[in-house]
Design a protein around this ligand. Sequence first.
Ligand SMILES: C[S@@+](CC[C@H](N)C(=O)[O-])C[C@H]1O[C@@H](n2cnc3c(N)ncnc32)[C@H](O)[C@@H]1O
Length: 336
Amino acid sequence: MTNQAKLGQPRSRLVIHDLAQRNGHAEFSRDIREGLSSYPKHLFPKYLYDELGSRLFEAICEVDEYYLTRAEDEILKTHADEIVAGIPDCDTLIELGSGSAEKTRTVIDTFMRQRRELLFIPVDISASTLAESAHALLDSYPSLRIDAYASDYFQALDALPPLGRNPVLVLFLGSNIGNFEPTEARNFLSAIRRVLRPEDVLLLGVDLKKDRQTLEAAYNDSLGVTRAFIVNELGRINRELNANFDLWAFGLRSFFNEQAGRVEVYLESLRAQSVEIRELNMSIHLEAGERIYVESAYKYDLNDLRRFGKEAGFDLEQTWLDKQKRFSSNLFRAAN
Ligand SMILES: C[S@@+](CC[C@H](N)C(=O)[O-])C[C@H]1O[C@@H](n2cnc3c(N)ncnc32)[C@H](O)[C@@H]1O
């Protein structure tokens, strides 16, 4: 279903393709049933981002411990001119998992200064965030056009229209790639590569391996915003599947598994408890101390990234780091 521009925006500047609505509830129900009947139990990171979850993620970006957003923002502010200048004639920017698109503004500002016009194609599973950020961007940039996809990444990559004649730049920021298992991450880069032509460019934001204390704090901040964000997935199951999770009965546990190179994020049941998920006609039991695996955040080094890129048909052309060398922005060019 395509939802043409609303709220007084000129029709020609905004199109929202709402693919997330198709089968969205059925897929959510199926995945929650599968995840909570497995042992160990697990949930899926993509379902963290309903309307409230997306707002909570924006709040995480403000907490002291979550350095990722500030580090990537610093890199983009310092190098956006060079990045855009390095893709002459590029007039299309695709962003996967665009969220509020706050950091993207730096890149859009640069396009507007260097090229005056831009087609922005944001993709995000959170339809509310996508619509809100699209309207805010149109208000800020009078010559910007937006063709937005409320959709899972893979579904949107399949649905994209043929690319125009000029090169495109794809953004995948925020170390979102870290939520994939390494094999899935490679498949995802290959799926991006399949829609690109030689000379198109991918800018991949990736968090780097570092000390345990910094990593664990980033995924369990002292204000408890990350806990609220993660526990909101149980809140979402309560709201959308008529369940009765007691949100106070879960603690957040985030561990850096150094051998696997990932931060593991769990919800831990603080007591023995049973939960009814009425819409799924399902009852689950959790022991005291039992954990539900919610997300992985893989951390990489630059050799891993170069290899991943190669395997997917990209050449790693340049990497920029923030001053404290915590985060990397990597420019991959689609190989011939
Ligand atoms: C960690 S946030 C990053 C947001 C923004 N790019 C940033 O760097 O701050 C991840 C974003 O990706 C979206 N997302 C997560 N899983 C997704 C999926 N499978 N398909 C499409 N979007 C997804 C979320 O809704 C959210 O906006």
